[in-house]
Design a protein around this ligand. Structure first.
Ligand code: IMP
Ligand code: MG
Length: 175
């Protein structure tokens, strides 16, 4: 099965947009205790770049989720790695690679907001709007696309392509 990659968002466009997001977040969280919570693995590149564009001295933490149940019929989500910092009274900004159906972010927002955080907001690199199943919306979104499977800049397909500097659409022949 042959696959091809088509560049959608070049590295310099991502860099400029991440700088804009960083400036906006810096203004919104000035003088507030902020924790950036990266969602592993996909958000690791975005989080590393975004953190360096934020003027507020944010603390950094990570979570990891996995779904259980059949691949085509997922039953639920669970933490495979929880935050390690105390979050009570801090402002949490979830940093995600792609918001797709919204199920992961609905789960995370619900779990984390019950623990006394001052606020829980969401920053996603890509807001993929075409398959949304929940009411979750991004407070900050780098780019909006309707559909397509994206790789690069941290995003993977079966663990491949995370190291590409830009964002590419992956097309598999016959699909
Ligand atoms: P959601 O729970 O459906 O919103 O799932 C979001 C997760 O699925 C993201 O955090 C990604 O890890 C993964 N995902 C969704 N779309 C893509 C894609 O186009 N490329 C790579 N990963 C994706
Ligand atoms: Mg993800």
């Amino acid at each position: 099965m042959a696959a091809c990659l088509r560049e959608l968002i070049p590295a310099q466009t991502i860099r400029a947009r991440v700088a804009e997001l960083g400036a906006q977040i810096s203004a919104d969280y000035r003088d507030k205790p902020l924790i950036l919570v990266g969602v592993l693995k996909g958000a690791f590149v975005f989080l590393a770049d975004l953190a360096r564009e934020i003027a507020v001295d944010a603390r950094i933490d990570f979570v990891r989720l996995s779904s259980y149940g059949m691949k085509d019929r997922p039953q639920g989500l669970k933490f495979t790695m929880d935050v390690s910092l105390p979050i009570a009274d801090s402002h949490l900004l979830l940093v995600e690679d792609i918001l797709d159906t919204g199920r992961s972010m609905a789960f995370l927002q619900e779990r984390l907001s019950g623990r006394g955080a001052a606020s829980v907001k969401l920053c996603t690199l890509v807001d993929k709007t075409g398959r949304r199943e929940t009411r979750v919306r991004a407070d900050y979104a780098g780019f909006r696309v309707d559909c397509g499977f994206l790789v690069g800049y941290g995003l993977d397909y079966a663990e491949a392509h995370r190291g590409l500097p830009g964002i590419f659409e992956l097309k598999v022949d016959g699909q």
